[in-house]
Design a protein around this ligand. Structure first.
Ligand code: FAD
Length: 431
């Protein structure tokens, strides 16, 4: 049950709009830096109601869409610093859970980036080359089909590279974070939608249905929902991504597929297929084409139950795990990933006491932890390595207005899908 809404007018030092990982990590780091700060979080539903409580649980070092895109845009040195910071976040996230008694079902098994065909093998080889340029040491080896199937016995997997990381229960992480920051003195108002932000002397006033918050600093932490605020309307678009979860696999079913170390897997490509086992031994998997709906439509009533996506997922299951092809799904779900024009996240300041973070492009579990530190330093006006990371204070390209945005998204997704099917026909990696 969500907590009670804000029902009074208040003043505070920092008001954060949104109650997902970005908001909660930032509040956590701010409070740790200065216990005296009065911080209020406004969440339209409940903390974790957005992507933070409903993602696929791969804790990855990825920044934005892909390593290649990042290096092309920022160069090797800045990409290296960024990856080091997110790598540190992955370790700290695990320690944070232990220290605060958060049972987020964290499995440090990591995951494999896999190739489903020879073209994807080339993509894996390219990523290995880039990783070597970034200084990755040993352990990043391309496993051939036999060695890969020794790890995850799927006929869909033709090669694999082990990537460090972890698997997690995203909802438990979000709720554990919520409990920890609340215990530290951060005020979280659930069922409290911010409907307007306006400048007032000494700060900004955030309006909600039953109360107003006047704050010296305001953080927009609504990621895929960020477009509802006019400043970000054309900077970030929500793109639907779908997944399915099977009923718990029985011991006999588990024996049908050799998967000794329970790592997850993620296909190389633009519209990826991924899969993992959950703590309850359900198979959670997803993938296929992502959809952008006209005018940034995020209406769950219309889009969360998508029969076409469910049918496609049945096909994915049969291709990857024929032995489990008929295992019933306990549920299917969809959620909105936040995409920016250049497919990289953006963290920054509007220069008047307002701050923002958005565009994690489907890779936000560890990255929101790093972004939380960057936001802490921007808000406290500290010049640090975190306030200068590659995704901080960058210039942002905009999407065109509708209907061009819609048509553009359709065209780009078609090209990306074609590139997945025939990578050699399209010489340049688009993003
Ligand atoms: C289907 C799916 C699968 C994913 N899988 C992975 C994965 O395996 N690994 C990974 O690293 N990342 C994954 N991600 C991405 C990751 O979940 C996100 O990057 C991350 O959760 C973003 O956190 P956030 O706090 O910025 O946004 P959110 O968690 O979306 O939080 C934003 C919050 O703002 C609230 N809100 C919106 N408007 C208002 C308003 N006006 N007033 C008040 N509150 C408002 C919303 O209710 C929401 O709770 C996935 C995302 C999706 C959608």
């Amino acid at each position: 049950m969500p907590g009670p809404p804000l029902r009074e007018d208040i003043t505070c030092d920092v008001c954060i709009i949104g109650g997902g990982y970005t908001a909660l990590w930032t509040a956590n780091f701010l409070k740790a830096a200065d216990r005296g700060l009065n911080i209020h979080i406004l969440e339209a539903d409940y903390a974790g109601a957005g992507a933070s409580g409903h993602n696929d649980g791969f804790v990855t070092p990825t920044i934005g869409h892909s390593l290649g895109a990042l290096v092309t845009r920022f160069g090797v040195d800045r990409a290296k610093l960024g990856y080091a910071a997110v790598g540190k976040s992955m370790l700290e996230l695990a320690r944070f859970c232990t220290k605060n008694g958060i049972d987020a079902e964290l499995e440090p098994a990591g995951y494999y980036q896999v190739a489903a065909d020879t073209d994807q093998i080339r993509l894996l080889e390219r990523d290995l080359e880039i990783a070597a340029r970034l200084g990755a040491q040993s352990g990043l080896d391309l496993l051939d089909s036999r060695a890969a199937r020794d790890k995850i016995d799927s006929p869909g997997i033709k090669a694999a590279v082990k990537v460090g990381g972890a698997l997690i229960n995203p909802h438990r992480l979000a709720r554990g974070l919520f409990r920890t920051v609340t215990a530290a003195g951060v005020h979280v108002h659930e069922q409290t939608r911010a409907t307007n932000v306006e400048a007032v002397p000494g700060g900004h006033r955030v309006t909600t249905p039953h109360g107003r918050v006047t704050a010296t600093k305001v953080l927009y932490a609504t990621n895929a929902y960020q477009h509802q605020f006019s400043e970000f309307r054309r900077k970030v678009v929500p793109v639907w991504s779908y997944a399915a979860v099977t009923q718990p696999l029985t011991d006999e079913q588990l024996r049908q597929v050799h998967w000794p170390d329970r790592e997850g897997f993620v296909e190389a490509g633009n519209f990826i297929v991924f899969g993992r086992l959950t703590a309850q031994n359900r198979l959670l998997f997803g993938g296929g084409r992502a959809n952008y709906h006209f005018r940034r439509d995020m209406d769950e009533g219309r889009h969360i139950d998508n029969q076409q996506a469910t049918a496609a997922l049945r096909g994915v299951l049969a291709r990857y795990f024929p032995a489990w092809r008929d295992v019933p799904f306990s549920h299917t779900y969809g959620g909105c990933v936040a995409i920016t024009r250049e497919v990289v996240p953006h963290v920054g300041s509007l220069g008047d006491g307002r701050f923002y973070a958005h565009g994690y492009c489907g890779n936000g579990i560890a990255l929101t932890h790093t972004a939380g530190k960057s936001l802490r330093d921007l808000i406290l006006e500290r010049d640090t390595s975190y306030s200068n990371l590659l995704f901080v204070k960058g210039k942002e390209k905009q999407f065109p207005p509708e209907p061009l945005s819609f048509l553009g998204a359709k065209a780009v997704t078609s090209v990306l899908a074609a590139q997945d099917r025939h990578p050699r026909l399209i010489k340049r990696q688009l993003i």
